[in-house]
Design a protein around this ligand. Sequence first.
Ligand SMILES: Cc1ncc(COP(=O)(O)O)c(C=O)c1O
Length: 268
Amino acid sequence: MYWINGIQEATVSASDRSFNYGDGGFTTIKTIDGKPLFWSLHVERMQACLQLLQISQPDWKQVQAWVEQAAIEKGLGGVKLHVSRGSGGRGYSPAGVTESLVTISEFGYPAHYKEWQQQGVELGVAEHKLGINPLLAGHKHNNRLEQVLLKADIEQQGHLDGVVLDLNDHIVETTMANLFWVKGKTLYTPSMEKCGVSGVIRRLVIQDAQMLGMKVLFGEFEMGHLLTADEVFMCNSLLGIAPVVKITHKSYPVGIITRDFQESINSA
Ligand SMILES: Cc1ncc(COP(=O)(O)O)c(C=O)c1O
């Protein structure tokens, strides 16, 4: 079901700028018993994205009420919150477009995620590379053609998901999640300064690790670094944290640090 600016409706105008140019931002939120999880972090990232794009901010209290109205009443579910700059402007020019459009949709919790969380996920490595784009890096904007191509690439290789590298062969994330790995007592994760989505769960993992006194290193890492990790995990808002048990031919055990993060974040 879809709601547009709070009204149950499933059609947007052909002049909508997100339809035409991907001009907007979105986020996907896990819901439990009708409540969105980590709402304030989703709002913060959306606000930063809209601010970068110079799109007017919706009334976030109102948006929260719409999200709660959309969320499945009982048990687990998901809500997608999508903001478009709205309709109008001339060509690419956004001048004069002031009324953003908020589209919300709900869906049931993906059935296979429980298995991914418990048994772990086997990843491939995408052949396509992510472009370097510091201007949009970290934001969950509505242009997702790279992820569409990457997902097709990974599926054609027979994998469910895969590690994604940038044009300089540095690890960025997977097609749908952020990546972490552990070596000794140190946690590693790629920097999101040149490309990639700076995830809500990534932020929580980093906060938790730093609170526990664990060293967290951000940077540009090549595959060789990841392949010698003791444990690897991936995370996004819907999945939470899931162990990565294989990357192409290299297997990893499900480690205790991964299980600890799962315990504190997945059960939140
Ligand atoms: C490409 C990509 N990277 C990372 C993430 C993780 O973001 P979040 O933790 O905010 O869900 C997502 C989420 O869908 C994603 O699509």
